[in-house]
Ligand binder design. Structure first.
Ligand code: UDP
Length: 377
């Protein structure tokens, strides 16, 4: 066998961690750099001064149907079951389940719908079916009609994306299903809904704990660094790597407002979404997530205010997907360029400019690392 191959991984989030560990376990030497001073990328969490576990970059709720991903991620620590629930705060001051279900319809329209069949019939009456679905507004109106669209989706989407529903790709709002029964869990379609018992950060510490993985925090990627390695996996923004030569790819970012709230009435859900047109999209009550707080509504809460990433220290969280696909086209140009680059692979949300959940990032990274090993070992 020849010399031990040495690879560079840029970014210590789920994409980088999955590649680093998979490759190190197969005998490669791995160096990981991250410009931040902590592991975990946007899944990083820590215990605040109030004794509450807080996710610094907003709530990360793990859910998947993919058993291979669960097997992989549960090797690195204890995980506990958790059913995530969200309610929307209505103009009346009442809250209603989200995604929309039978109870949501009863609350919003002040009607009695005895069962799922009645709810389905009701929705069929308010829906405004259209043949051509060109954007998120078309999709929503054809499924739930204008009133529900304008209540639950229009102001929230404007705040979140700074886009009208007419300009947003339907895939973004399709993340939320439509229900006729009383199911009020956010991810009931996923067999596995779990949270790390001791936080995501402890999971990352275990993933990176390998004699052939060296992690350098506070170490930004510098162009040319990859030249010292046999190969580089980059979870950094692909546009930044190529000096924006086809133009910058937009990202939404979020500013977080953490505060301790006292004397809060009991809650049975963790996240409240705001339907109004103020600055905030949602508020997480950490106490309602197992092993984050004390199970009570009083304690640390975090509100989210979306903004452009250029207004938040270049913190990129969400790739923007418009109905005309204009940013996808720019990304495709970068992808073509990188495909011709034999020494680098772009990975994760920022590297592939995709709206990926954690389980999807892990799955893509497991499959990507396996494929790479087949070709390079
Ligand atoms: N959305 C909305 N109102 C809501 C919840 C979601 O308009 O109360 C839309 C919005 O455009 C959002 C998208 O649906 O960006 C996807 O929501 P999801 O909860 O999946 O977003 P994430 O948890 O990834 O931020």
């Amino acid at each position: 066998m020849g010399r031990m191959q040495h690879v560079l991984v840029v970014g210590a989030g789920f994409a980088g961690a999955t590649y680093a560990r998979t490759l190190a376990d197969r005998g490669l030497q791995v160096t990981v750099v991250d410009k931040r001073d902590h592991l975990g990328g946007n899944a990083y969490d820590h215990v605040d001064g109030n004794g509450t576990r807080v996710h610094r970059y907003g709530p990360h709720l793990f859910h998947t149907n993919n058993e291979e991903v669960v097997d992989w991620v549960t090797q690195w620590g204890e995980w506990v079951g958790y059913d995530h629930r969200v309610r929307a705060l209505l103009p009346s001051g009442k809250t209603a389940p989200l995604p929309i279900n039978r109870r949501t319809l009863e609350t919003v329209f002040d009607v009695t719908l005895p069962d799922a069949a009645a709810a389905e019939q009701f929705l069929a009456r308010v829906a405004e079916p259209t043949e051509r679905i060109a954007n998120a507004a078309d999709y929503l109106r054809s499924r739930i009609g204008s009133q529900l669209t304008n209540l639950f989706f229009r102001p929230y989407t404007k705040k979140m994306w700074d886009l009208d529903l007419e300009d947003l790709d339907p895939s973004v709002v399709k993340r939320l299903p439509l229900r006729f029964d009383d199911e009020d869990r956010y991810f009931p379609g996923d067999r596995f809904q779990i949270m790390p018992r001791y936080g995501y950060t402890s999971i990352f510490e275990r993933i990176f704990d390998h004699p052939d993985i060296r992690v350098q925090l506070d170490q930004p990627f510098v162009r040319g660094m990859e030249g010292d390695y046999d190969f580089a996996f980059l979870s950094m923004p692909i546009d930044e790597y190529y000096d924006n030569r086809f133009g910058p790819l937009p990202y939404r970012s979020i500013r977080f407002d953490h505060r301790v709230k006292e004397n809060q009435p009991d809650m049975s859900w963790a996240v409240t979404n705001y339907t109004d047109d103020g600055p905030w999209t949602r508020e997480t009550c950490w106490g309602m997530i197992p092993f984050h707080g004390n199970g009570r509504a009083s304690g640390t809460h975090t509100r989210e205010q979306p903004c452009d990433y250029t207004e938040n220290n270049l913190e990129r969280y969400y790739p923007v997907r418009t109905s005309d696909g204009r940013f996808q086209k720019i990304y495709d140009e970068y992808l073509r360029l990188s495909s011709a680059d034999p020494g680098v692979n772009f990975i994760g949300r920022c590297g592939t400019y995709q709206y990926l959940d954690m389980h999807q990032v892990i799955n893509q990274s497991l499959q990507g690392a396996k494929k790479w090993l087949q070709h390079h070992l």
